[in-house]
Design a protein around this ligand. Structure first.
Ligand code: HEM
Length: 468
């Protein structure tokens, strides 16, 4: 498999590692082995470390388990609203032009707000997600998992990242949002493409917006048993554009996280003798295995971010009003204060930080867990002899400041005959250019200052509002 990138030795300026100054949290060296970097930072600074993010902007990386909880649970001290960022207020950084703009540019959606605006949006999203019947979700997962397995079972080999983990969550999510069957494959391709910033990312962005626009319009005409209909009917009275925005937030939040959880769990099941032996010997359930992975390989390493609303102290560091903080969920999960022995099994303990904590704690965690454990169960039941074709150390990971993902998971197994299946809907990349019915804009108009000079992850919302 691939050769690890050549890295400069520790201490070399190419690492961005000044002897005394803050370390860079971005760039190939930092992203190659983030866990090693976190331990280096913990050894030097303790629970909270000064770091540099893109363009060498200063930030605090929260490494301690307790300190992560303290930040996440106190939105009054550490806001989720990027308009609190001192560097944006004093003009050092223009959020819309900044490399991390999708994370630092404010929009009127659940994950950029606190207080009453947040409470209203969060209530609508959380209560709508809670309306799903778990057995119904599991039925969708089983159906799509078998469909995906059918596609490779007769080959005797597969790449479980490309052919399984990266497809299953989005197939299920398109059903949960109520997208018509023929839009499923198109969304399955377009959402990841849009997030990965490929050459076709803007085209995919257009496709996603148009598809969700049509989805909201069709659910306004005729409700279904789905998230979009429940958001439209929620007593918080979301506008149509708010409904569209939050269906989109949910799709984006669910996709890479759940795909990572599935891939990382499959990797552990296939490589770690504790899991294989325990699973076959019945001493560890798959649900417990998932929890172990949520401790050891968080689908999101780092949440960006929180912003200090006043001068304060955290983990012995003096935090100034307007400072940016990054929640290092991965480092918090291996904090020696809570896990002195990392080899000790966690036995289903759920006090990890993988879903964060506090008011913004992931509202879709049960759905993410259900997709992962039902999907993996289906795969192991169909192909119990599955094994990796490479050594664990050969598996390549790629990542960013925020997360790491496995590039491939190549496996082999005894080929199985597959019964003929019903024809599947064709991917619908370019829906008919039907005129879009008007949707109501959010009550709080998007401020002119946040309008971007170049296409961005949020350009769809501006276009939608500009259309009126
Ligand atoms: C196993 C997979 C998943 C993991 C590890 C995960 C993790 C997270 C994390 C760490 C956050 C950030 C919380 C913060 O800002 O402190 C988050 C937010 C969010 N997640 Fe998940 N997530 C997963 C799956 C899902 C799924 C399946 C859905 C929807 C069905 C979902 C919906 C959301 C939403 C809407 C937010 C924003 C919440 C807010 O800001 O109030 N997630 N998730």
């Amino acid at each position: 498999m691939s050769t690890p990138p050549l890295l400069p030795p520790p201490g070399c300026p190419a690492h961005g590692l000044g002897q005394d100054g803050p370390l860079r949290l971005y760039g190939p060296a930092a992203e190659h082995d983030p866990m090693a970097l976190y331990e280096q930072l913990r050894a030097k600074h303790g629970a909270v470390a000064p770091v540099l993010v893109h363009d060498d902007q200063p930030a605090w990386l929260v490494l301690g388990h307790r300190e992560n909880l303290e930040v996440a649970r106190n939105p009054g001290r550490f806001s989720r609203d990027p308009r609190e960022w001192g560097a944006a207020k004093d003009g050092t950084v223009v959020p819309e032009k900044y490399a991390l703009s999708p994370m630092v540019t404010w929009w009127p959606v659940i994950n950029f707000n606190d207080g009453p605006v947040f409470d209203r949006l969060r209530g609508a999203v959380l209560e709508s997600l809670q309306r799903f019947d778990r057995r119904g979700i599991r039925r969708y997962v089983t159906r799509f998992a078998h469909q995906l397995i059918d596609d490779f079972a007769s080959n005797g080999q597969a790449d479980l990242v490309a052919e399984f983990s990266s497809q299953l969550p989005m197939l299920v999510m398109t059903q949960l949002i109520g997208a018509p069957e023929e839009h499923g494959p198109g969304l399955v391709r377009a959402v990841p493409d849009m997030l990965e910033g490929t050459e076709t990312a803007l085209e995919s962005d257009e496709y996603v917006t148009k598809t969700l626009y049509q989805l909201v319009a069709s659910k306004k005409a005729s409700r279904g048993y789905d998230l979009t209909s429940w958001l439209l009917d929620h007593p918080a009275e979301l506008t149509d554009v708010e409904v569209l925005a939050h269906v989109r937030v949910v799709l984006v939040a669910a996709y890479a996280t759940t795909a990572n959880l599935i891939a990382n769990t499959l990797r552990m099941v296939l490589t770690d003798p504790r899991f294989r032996a325990n699973l076959s010997g019945g001493r560890m359930t798959l649900a417990e295995a998932l929890e172990q992975v949520l401790w050891d390989q968080t689908p999101i390493n780092t949440v960006l971010g929180r912003w200090a609303t006043a001068d304060t102290k955290l983990g012995g560091q003096e935090i100034k009003r307007g400072d940016m903080l990054l929640l290092s969920l991965a480092a918090g999960n291996v904090d020696p204060q809570v896990r002195p022995d990392l080899s000790a099994p966690v036995h289903g303990n759920r006090s990890h930080l993988a879903f964060s904590a506090g008011p913004h704690e992931c509202p879709g965690q049960d759905i993410g867990r259900a997709i992962a454990d039902t999907g993996i169960e289906a795969l192991l039941a169909r192909l119990p002899d599955i094994e990796l074709t490479v050594h664990d150390f050969e598996l390549e990971r790629r990542g960013t400041l925020m997360s790491q993902h496995l590039v491939q998971l190549p496996v082999r197994f005894e080929p199985r005959a597959v019964a003929a299946t019903a024809p599947r809907p064709e991917p619908d990349r370019r829906p008919e250019p039907t005129p879009l019915p008007p949707l109501a804009p959010p009550a709080e108009a998007v401020p002119a200052a946040t309008v971007r000079p170049r296409p961005s992850r949020w350009s769809w919302l501006r276009r939608l509002l500009g259309r009126r």
